[in-house]
Design a protein around this ligand. Sequence first.
Ligand code: ATP
Length: 258
Amino acid sequence: MTTLDQSPPLLEVKSVSKEFGGIRAVDDVSAEIFPGELVGLIGPNGAGKTTLFNLISGFAAPSAGTIVWKGADVSRLDAAGRARLGLVRTFQNARVFPGLTVRENLALGAHRFQAKPIHPEGRRWPLRRAEAHAAGNNVAEALARLGYENVAHAAAGVLSYGQAKRLGVAIAVMCQPSLLLLDEPAAGLNTDEVETLRQDLSIMTVSGITIVLVEHHMGLVMTACGRVIVLDAGRMIAEGPPEQIANDPAVIGAYLGA
Ligand code: ATP
């Protein structure tokens, strides 16, 4: 399936289905994601991409099938439990705390390492001194990498749409994911912001984060991803390198042709 390396898959999706009433949003999908990959997950509206992300990340339970993470069945583990194992997702709409500063939002991203649950307002820091120091360093590093030092103490709510979306991804990176599921990170971004996202994706993969990218921005998917999986009406209709997918008659008929 991949020539990247001989490592076992990080993630195995095994014959997974999800039904909503009479609708099969995800229909018997099987896939493997290997360490170091950047995989695109594409398909028309309603194809089941977001539902599949929900099943993988634990925000929804499959009607059938199993989700295997690093060899262990995590189908019954909730989203927080999976995030603690390094399986992290973002949402299409940036999930930042608008009333907290940019710096505080980033610090919240490290919450999976905290001994105690975080205060709902995010104002209490039950970190031990050494952990707090390490988290502070990581936050400073993240701010520098984003170029957001000058807005570190501004409320996240004043960021532009593109900046807030980027912050949402950075918060997820603060969780130190092994696998990051990105849900339409390019949606609503201008050309320059998409280029910044492309660089961010490259930095993330170089730093060891495996990525699955749900995206309608085909220019980004076809140039950034090493492999593309295509869903249509809940079923996987194609899988392969971008150039193969771009010329696949079934994919052109279901999605790319439109
Ligand atoms: P888009 O590109 O528009 O985001 P998608 O590929 O992510 O689409 P999904 O959002 O996963 O598609 O939806 C797949 C199907 O499942 C659609 O028919 C949708 O209406 C249905 N669906 C998704 N979530 C629910 C739900 N909670 N209850 C009922 N039906 C749902």
